[in-house]
Design a protein around this ligand. Structure first.
Ligand SMILES: Nc1ncnc2c1ncn2[C@@H]1O[C@H](COP(=O)(O)OP(=O)(O)O)[C@@H](O)[C@H]1O
Ligand SMILES: [Mg+2]
Length: 317
């Protein structure tokens, strides 16, 4: 039988020297390795690509997250609710709307419409079930100071809701730094029960983390914190059967020479936690494209929609 893996140097392909290099860069525990990406480990410890991936997998296996039987999972899945985006094209792309019990991520460049998705769903979540809503309120964590009640009012009007009532069902908190943002999510539980919350929004997921952790030496710590944050979001989604919508910034990968070098911030930590990922971009006039990326249960594809004064709409209404 293989040796039990308890520390970083026990990982396959990681000797004492590599373990020391990893520790110096902040990767001291199996947890930190488990949430790292292959390229991070290659960079800081000079591991080969295959070795890095093997070490990460071994660290994850060693930490074993536990089993649940499939019938229990199937029962849980039955309770999954779906929230309309306000566009049939978009809803179809993501299998009928934004799911409860998991994290949906929209990422894209500045002004690609990420915050518009938030204003939109903060309203549609309040709609009756027949209209694609979840008949609940919204918790809105705003880390970029971009919440705009006037946009919410416009969207609420389009759906024929009382605008005052619609605003009262959205609980907004400014997140002043990454730690504060994490606390706001950790404390969401009470509010969710008390106020019948069905949607938790974090706009933006990564902005505070990005501005606080700059430079190479801080990457491991940032990823570890971000991982904790994603777990907290995931737990909240599952435990309370709420939808979680997060927005994410993008960066350009210098090593991609062909194709689109744009990729979401946060690496594997965010990538693995977000079940539904959509890449948003501008098209002609008020038209926008959302591309579904790496869904575990849906085909890849794109949807065309518009962002108008009324919010998100189909191109043909
Ligand atoms: N009142 C409005 N009417 C029509 N389009 C709007 C309105 N407000 C914002 N938009 C569109 O949304 C874009 C900004 O999107 P936003 O969600 O703030 O981007 P992001 O959060 O991705 O940076 C604007 O460039 C504009 O195209
Ligand atoms: Mg925004």
């Amino acid at each position: 039988m293989a040796k039990k893996i308890e520390k970083v140097e026990d990982l396959p392909g990681v000797g004492e020297t590599a373990a020391k290099k990893l520790a110096e860069a902040g990767y001291k525990t199996l947890e930190q390795i488990a949430v790292a990406s292959g390229s991070e480990l290659q960079e800081v410890a000079g591991l080969g690509e295959g070795t890095a991936d093997k070490a990460i997998k071994a660290a994850r296996d060693a930490l074993d997250m536990g089993y649940e039987t499939a019938d229990v999972l199937a029962e849980k899945r039955k309770l999954v609710g779906r929230l309309t985006t306000g566009s049939k094209e978009l809803d179809n792309l993501i299998g009928g709307g934004i799911e409860t019990q998991s994290i949906t991520e929209v990422y894209g460049k500045m002004a690609s419409g990420k915050s518009q998705w938030c204003f939109q769903t903060a309203v549609t979540v309040q709609l009756p079930k027949e209209q694609g809503g979840l008949e609940g309120g919204c918790l809105y964590v705003d880390s970029e100071n971009s919440f705009r009640p006037e946009r919410v009012i416009q969207v609420a009007k389009k759906f024929g809701l009382d605008t005052d009532a619609a605003l009262k069902n959205i609980y907004v908190a400014r997140a002043y730094n990454a730690e504060h943002q994490m606390i706001l999510v950790d404390k969401a539980a009470d509010m969710i029960k008390e106020k019948n919350i069905k949607l938790l929004i974090v706009d933006s997921l990564t902005a505070q983390f990005r501005s606080e952790f700059v430079g190479r030496g801080t990457l491991a710590e940032r990823q570890q914190k971000l991982n904790k944050h994603m777990r907290s979001l995931q737990k909240t989604a599952e435990m309370y059967n709420v939808a979680v919508l997060v927005t994410n910034q993008v960066m350009s990968r210098p090593d991609i020479l062909f194709g689109d070098p744009t990729e979401p911030v946060g690496g594997n930590v965010v990538g693995h936690a977000s079940k539904t990922r959509l890449y948003l971009r501008k098209s002609k006039e008020d038209k926008r494209v959302a591309k579904l990326v790496d869904s575990p249960s849906l085909p890849d594809g794109e949807a065309l929609y518009r962002i108008t004064e009324n919010g998100i709409e189909d191109v043909e209404e």
